[in-house]
Design a protein around this ligand. Structure first.
Ligand code: NAP
Length: 277
């Protein structure tokens, strides 16, 4: 990246970015790359030690300031606590990235777990965007990224509620993109396909159960963050990776109810397979 591109990014989206889910995976990469573009970063997640280690790494490598806010974003009043921690810092870029997913049948999962997913994947991004977009609009510049998913672009059975929350993220990004572009605020939905992070945990849908070809297609979190940051201000949707782009395009040719049946069949097959040795 040239010095002038870096300066332009910092002028448009600085002086501070706020990244949720910064303690691992795609969020940690967002934080590193935003810092690499000369913007100070507020790092948000629950695991304090991870955030502090990342904050030190970023400060040493890129010479920017960081702030750690360790918080569970599903709790009532989390947005108020975040606002208190941020104080007078001017946030020019919000990355609504923290998220969780659960695979398996909707009815086999506890209602409380679904509600927590809704709080993290939708309610927290809603409250943060509603707090931070107005000052960006008043200043006439800024950016908001929603980390959606390929499954937010297609009805994915066996990930039913997750898929619905990610469709919410995607639609919020598209509608805010249309509304806020008049105020100079860029909004983007990034829709990664399977990405090599801690996201899958050790559940039924973990990558060790996938066909080898699918494992080999997994994106790297650094590529996802870079594609999103490169796309911000240029477009409203980024689907990182060639195979994911093909799926996203092909999906438009098939009615949603068939997509749901196809994904149900494919996911059941993967989840039945026992983990290898
Ligand atoms: N990996 C994939 O295949 C994939 C594909 C498409 C979309 N995505 C999306 O990408 C985003 C990032 O996921 P990832 O793949 O990077 O997975 P990850 O490594 O598990 O990261 C999830 C992040 O969210 C944070 N988080 C979880 N629960 C939280 C809570 N209650 N309060 C605050 N922070 C919380 C985690 O930090 P703490 O545990 O420290 O709180 C962590 O930093 C998610 O929105 C996910 O839906 C992932």
């Amino acid at each position: 990246m040239t010095d002038s591109t870096r300066r332009d990014f910092a002028a448009r989206y600085g002086p501070w970015a706020l990244v949720t889910g910064a303690s691992s995976g795609i969020g940690a990469e967002f934080a590193r790359q935003i810092a690499g573009r000369g913007v100070n970063v507020v790092l948000i997640a629950r695991r304090t030690e991870r955030l502090t280690t990342l904050a030190n790494e970023i400060q040493n490598r890129h010479g920017v300031d960081t702030q750690v806010i360790d918080i569970d974003l599903t709790l009532d009043g989390a947005d108020t606590r975040v606002a208190g921690g941020v104080g007078e810092r001017e946030i020019g870029l919000l990355v609504n990235n923290a998220g969780l997913g659960r695979s398996g049948r909707f009815i086999d999962q506890r209602a409380n777990d679904h509600a927590r997913m809704l709080d993290l994947n939708c309610r927290a991004p809603l409250l943060l965007a509603h707090w931070l977009a107005p000052p960006m609009a008043r200043r006439g510049h800024g950016g908001i990224i929603f980390t959606s998913s390929l499954s937010g672009l297609m009805a994915t059975a066996q990930l039913a509620h997750y898929s619905a929350t990610k469709a919410w993220d995607h639609f919020m990004a598209q509608t805010l993109h249309a509304e806020l572009r008049h105020e100079g605020v860029d909004v983007l939905s990034v829709c990664p396909g399977p990405t090599d992070t801690e996201f899958f945990g050790d559940g039924e849908f973990q990558p060790s159960r996938w066909p080898k070809a699918a494992r080999q297609q997994m994106s790297r979190p650094s590529d996802v963050a870079q594609a999103a940051l490169d796309g911000l201000g240029r477009t409203s949707v980024v689907v990182p990776g060639v195979s994911n782009k093909i799926i996203a395009a092909a999906r438009r040719l098939i009615p949603e109810r068939y997509i749901a049946r196809l994904t149900d069949r494919a996911m059941r097959r993967v989840m039945r397979v026992r983990s290898g040795p």
